[in-house]
Design a protein around this ligand. Sequence first.
Ligand SMILES: Cc1ncc(COP(=O)(O)O)c(C=O)c1O
Length: 388
Amino acid sequence: MTNSSRIKIPFNKPFIAGNELRYITDAVITNGHTSGGGDFTQKCHSWLVRNLCGSAAFLTNSCTAALEMSAILCDLRPGDEVIMPSFTFVSTANAFALRGARPVFVDIRRDTLNIDEMLIPSAVTPITKAIVPVHYGGVACEMDMIMQIASANGLFVIEDAAQALLSTYKSKFLGTIGDIGCLSFHETKNVISGEGGAILINNKMEHNLVDKAEIVWEKGTNRKAFVEGSTEKYTWVQLGSSFLPSEIAAAFLYAQLEYAHEIAHSRRRLTSLYLEILKPLEDSGFIKLPQIPGSDFNSNGHLFYLLASNIRERSNLIDFLARRGIMAVFHYVPLHSSPAGRKYGRVAGDLPVTDDISSRLLRLPLYFEMKDNDVEIVSEAVQEFYTG
Ligand SMILES: Cc1ncc(COP(=O)(O)O)c(C=O)c1O
């Protein structure tokens, strides 16, 4: 028997909304348009602008690509520093290191596992150019304070909202608060297109970011102005890359976006159920559960985790669940302790919370089509591990 045939409850199950193939057929056969920038790309842009309230949006091939595009837009270069958490995916740092800028790693808060905003001021130096808050699991960073620090020091804020589509902070959608926001539609996220992402440009006043984004998105050319007839020549005008996805990916994504609210709603409900069933284990001191920071924070239920007491207990719990056909996984290896993180980045102070949490965090299965009964089975298996 293979490992996968023994899995009864997978960690993730990509949800297919139903219209994906029909929309792809519409794009390819009816519209006869497979490369980027067609009707479905426009539909996705409009959906993002309408549903997230007003930002300019551009689909990208991934959130990684959106972050890389943001590094070009903010003109990051060697000699610049960018503040971010170490507890994040490699793309958060890679995007800026690729431009020669140095990631500066700051510790996280114990409650949200997001960058500790109180530690940011002491990480700011005369060469700091940007702050990249990462909204872990779809729960918001403390954006008011982060925006204040940025404005006091003339820094860009680039939200890594890879996991945060439709989450809010004080009723504002994540990804729309900073100058730029980056979303992911990778198949592990709430809304998917295989690989996919989007960049939201929120700062329309300074730096001409929207105009610049049109060019960077189109491989550094003024193709948009040419298509609109405002220039006679279509030429290379600045650095850019092939950030726009094909219509095939955009058509798939549009079918998913139509379900985005239902998906977030269902995942929030499953998260609440986990919290309710596992609460007695937390009360007895066996585990720690995610803390809900308060009514200013509304998460999209992207992921559910618990904290074991130590790394050995976590490994034993993963094995115990696997023997019952339940797949649970840990998360990031902190970037400051990775070979590339040491080479390209620096730490701002010590990162005791990051080191501690990353060794104890365990993510439990969570996906749109998960049944309440599945949550009960997983939670009961966790209870059995701790209390026999
Ligand atoms: C915080 C964070 N940033 C960026 C990414 C990269 O997203 P993508 O796979 O769409 O490039 C991920 C992916 O999981 C992520 O979790």
